[in-house]
Design a binder for this molecule. Sequence first.
Ligand code: NAD
Length: 324
Amino acid sequence: YSNEYPPKIRASRIGETGLNLSCVGFGASPLGKVFGDVSEEESIATVTQAFNLGINFFDTSPYYGATLSEKVLGKCLKALGAPRDTYIVATKCGRYAEGFDFSAERVTRSIDESLERLQLDYVDILQCHDIEFGSLGQIVNETIPALQKIKESGKTRFIGITALPLEVYTYVLDRVPPGTIDVVLSYCHYCVNDSTLEDLLPYLKSKGVGVINASPLSMGLHTENGPPEWHPASTEIKAACKAAAEYCKENGKNISKLALQYSLSNKDISTTLVGMNSVRQVEENVAAALELEAEGKDEKTFAEIENILKPIKNQTWPSATTNE
Ligand code: NAD
């Protein structure tokens, strides 16, 4: 990036979609105020700066802030005034503030509602949101076929699924025809405290499925301010992550930067979605990505962090109990 100003972050193809996603993606759940208040003005400035610095991928859901995230992201994208094919938008269906509904009827209506809120004619990726809360039989036999129809209609270019428990992915991917599901979105499983997604990468590759990795800061665990009230991790996980953040601070390092760099280090992961709600966070996260490319990881500090997190490494928290 030596001759470019501002320098642009790396982008790479995801799965077999042909989509070229920036390595840092913009998680838009904070625009729905799920991590605290953020004004519309700040949201627009944040998305604009992200786009100007090379972030071309924006992820939202009707669930985030009870549709607020989609509405605000729509305004922000409009404010960009950029050609539609210069940014990639993902949204979801099946999870709403009112609860879950993975029926064909609901998800088919959902995409129209999302497009209206986003002020778009199509999204690039439509994902079934947190499928472990639904019946996996219904996901395979009803929801995915409905999403395929939506894909055929042109309202989305690609389809995917999201879940916390990793075994859900193999359950679904083993039961749908090859090429049906374009991407999966996994979260909190490729972070400095939990890297269990790594074991699943060869399987996903063999299925031709692209990988979106979300929540590199483990939804706020790897920040100096700590996680929000609703964070589902155990007290033990929270305490260990707090200790790692404090260690970094005492040594003039920043846990958020290091945690993001950890997630960005795996080249088999096309993109990592970070939730951002300020221009400053965008600039810090893009700088972290550029610095990683130029200088590599700060191995000494990583070794210390990994040591502090060792007792809780790969521990997660319960999500829904899955049923078929
Ligand atoms: P995250 O790990 O990205 O953490 C977000 C938190 O970190 C926010 O409080 C944000 O303000 C803060 N932050 C970001 N950059 C920072 C920096 N440089 N310094 C200090 N703090 C910083 O968690 P997330 O937002 O939950 O995940 C990212 C995105 O991934 C979401 O917005 C969403 O789009 C997607 N996601 C999807 C699912 C799903 O589909 N089930 C689940 C989780 C996340």
